[in-house]
Design a protein around this ligand. Sequence first.
Ligand code: GLY
Ligand code: MN
Ligand code: MN
Length: 436
Amino acid sequence: MRHAPIDPALFIANRRRLVQQLPAGSVAVLHAADILPTTGDGTLKIQPAGDLFWASGIEQEESVLVLAPSASDPAHREILFVRQPNEHLATWEGTKLTKERATEISGIAKVRWSSELPAVTHSLLCESTSVYLNANEHERAVIELESRDMRLGRQLMAKYPLHRYERLAPLLRRLRAVKTPAEVALIRRAADVTDAGLRRLIAALRPGVMEYELEAELAGEFTRRRSRMAYEPIIGSGRNACVLHYLDNDQPCHEGELVLVDVGASYANYASDLTRTYPVSGRFTPRQRAVYEAVLRVLRSSIARTTVGTRLRDWKRAAQVEMAEELVTLGLITAADAARDTAEEPACRRYFMHGLGHSLGLGVHDMAPVDGPLEAGWVMTVEPGIYIPEEGLAVRLENNVLVTENGPVDLTSHVAIEPDEIERLMIRPPATGGRV
Ligand code: GLY
Ligand code: MN
Ligand code: MN
């Protein structure tokens, strides 16, 4: 693994939280993710399953966690199954987890080889009435491929059709939304890595630079800091920034444009997710600054509203109302348009058409109850924007905020965002071609 070792107390605490939710006589099964094929015999790099990682810290393919809190044999209450290392695997793929190493990572005392899973499952199911199986129930996921959880779950259901089967996802959704302090520390670290990448990007930003050259600055810095991209970064200059899911990143950044950079490092599978918008030539025009400051005001007041008990629908609506007023001041909509503003037909929609933010954690759009309410321990992105294709101009700003009983804590407050600060950071000696 690329990241530094993690204290297994994080995973022990998460398992304890999950087990508290499981009724007597139940067994829960969590699988690793499949390695996904590309073309020919190619595969993607493994993307560890968020739920299995959350509960065990295990990132190796084909691993299975079985939790049976009321098993009569105490040694069966928590078992991790991993594939047995062999010489062939060692030659072609390198070292696989030994049982001892798997215990060190996960804090699970009982580790067995995957080949033993059917026999252990059989004995556990003989004394259980229900089985909790996992599925990706992310509300926006478009799932065409069957996951390993689903495939192996179906096999289990075919073999033991008289058991009751239950969904793990609703339990994990509520639990995973609330981050422990150790998880928040990992998200903070991911955000710090993103900040380092953005600083490098600012140093490379000048008229004529290609969007992908800026991406290279980020990728280099993230890799050097034991991290990866949490998602495909969006680096769009000028009108490209108005395309919400712009991923080509293949155009030049022109003098006078703003470049929108939506990027997050993932450290130990915990994601950050930031957006900054920079003037390519080092200085905002008055119009760009006006749009930028409008977005920044909505960001700041939305962060202040990221509080315990807030419903996400109300949180977003408050930002829409505020944004409509900003759009009137910017001359983008009329006061009459703003007066017709409703939750069903928000007046800002033409220029601010996406959500205000989402839960962040293991994965960039993390699992969480769909409408909240926000609880202490949630980490939310806050990401208002204004997109004006007719002016070839867009601004989005995105910070990552921890909800606490004492109010919101911005985990990204140190990442340069004030327009004056950005202009200062972009001043460089004339020899490098920058603004003096
Ligand atoms: N980068 C994806 C998002 O902001 O949600
Ligand atoms: Mn983002
Ligand atoms: Mn986001």
